[in-house]
Design a protein around this ligand. Structure first.
Ligand SMILES: *Cc1c(COP(=O)(O)O)cnc(C)c1O
Length: 370
């Protein structure tokens, strides 16, 4: 699905040097590279305030702590997403309120949001799934009308751009009050371990976020608010500083692979290629097709036997997961997410794909007989 070794070999000298520098400095925690990386990532995301942290799940938790969300508060999120989004909501004693997703974009169905709002609703967490922005303009409008916070989960969409009706373009993670992301190795900007970051467009909130991520302290051993221990390792920051320089090139390569798939698979009757929203660019964290008329497992196995890995993100929607199942949630509660969970299939997509590989995958797919 990914080729992290091939990617590393292309930047090996730079990365090895960066790692050596940290080892020699022995500044393993909060070394200068952490600050340099935060600055570089801020610049990449058009000046947003950046706080690096330990992983993308922590980023979500810190975001919710920083907004003073309290037990009983309701948070609206899409039901078709990675579990982390719902996990931290539940951990903090908040109530996850699921909304179904749009069949074409896989992102939260904006029309459903309004119907889920109650007097206890405090925030909406759109997830920019597979690398394409949720429809942020109407989401921000609803949030404004109902005085709700918007926390964007951009773990899969670093670098994606969303265009408003008036032509203004904004980066994923800089539209809501807070954006949260992950540097898990397979993410579009991945480190060599765990890592994450919190973005905010509010500088004052940014200071609070920095404190929460570091034991609630601004001055050492002086704890003004309750925090957590969630820091990005200096080693990971040093690696990310190198990799960030290549992110646009990586995004371009992912798009080239996606375009190749689009072109070669669009005529295959049992496949629906990914929908491209007009108001968002796509960074193709995943290239996710929908399987029609044929048996997905049979097809998946066929590809596997030909040496082609595929993945299903996600094969159980959150409301049917044991940990998140609540009274009243059944098969049929979120029909679109349930249908997607039975039809989606992600094909290999990464920065090192060759035309030969893409051609082999497409040819093999076309030769499938149900
Ligand atoms: C990866 C991911 C996360 C969590 O990131 P970690 O760094 O693994 O904790 C959260 N949300 C989404 C949508 C993700 O894809």
């Amino acid at each position: 699905m990914v080729d992290l070794q091939g990617q590393y070999l292309h930047i090996k000298r730079e990365v090895d040097e960066a790692i050596q520098e940290v080892l020699m400095s022995t500044e393993f925690i909060q070394g200068s590279q952490v600050k340099s990386f935060a600055e570089a990532l801020s610049k990449y995301n058009r000046g947003v305030n950046v706080t690096p942290c330990a992983n993308g799940t922590d980023a979500l938790q810190i975001a919710m702590m920083a907004l003073d969300l309290k037990p009983g508060d309701e948070i609206i999120l899409p039901v078709h997403t990675y579990v982390a989004t719902a996990e931290v909501i539940a951990l903090l004693g908040l109530t996850p309120v699921f909304a179904d997703v749009d069949e074409r974009t896989f992102n939260i169905d904006v029309a459903q949001i309004t119907s889920k709002i109650t007097s206890r609703t405090k925030a909406i967490v759109p997830v920019h799934l597979y690398g394409q922005c949720a429809d942020m303009e109407p989401i921000m409008k609803i949030a404004y009308q109902h005085k709700l916070h918007v926390i964007e989960d951009l773990a899969q969409a670093m670098g994606a751009d969303y265009t408003y009706a008036d032509g203004i373009v904004k980066r994923a993670g800089t539209m809501g009050i807070i954006g949260t992301t992950s540097f898990f190795p397979s993410k579009n900007l991945g480190c060599y371990g765990d890592g994450g970051a919190i973005f905010t467009i509010d500088q004052v909130l940014g200071e609070k976020i920095k404190m929460i991520a570091n034991h609630g302290q601004k001055v050492k051993y002086q704890h003004d608010i309750i925090g957590v221990n969630s820091r990005l390792d200096t080693l990971q920051a040093a690696i990310l500083l190198v990799k960030l320089k290549y992110l646009d090139e990586y995004t371009r390569k992912r798009n080239e692979a996606a375009n190749y798939y689009d072109k070669n698979l669009s005529g295959v009757p049992f496949i629906e290629t990914p929908f491209r929203a007009v108001n968002s660019t796509h960074v193709f964290h995943q290239y996710t097709i929908k399987i029609r008329t044929i048996d997905r497992n049979h097809f998946k196995k066929y590809l596997e036997d030909k040496g082609i890995p595929t993945m299903i993100y996600y094969h159980i929607p959150l409301h049917l997961q044991k940990a998140y199942r609540r009274e009243g949630f059944n098969e049929g509660s979120f029909p679109v997410a349930e249908r997607l969970s039975k039809t989606v299939l992600s094909l290999p997509i990464h920065t090192e794909m060759t035309e030969d590989e893409l051609s082999y995958i497409c040819q093999t797919i076309k030769e499938f007989h149900a």
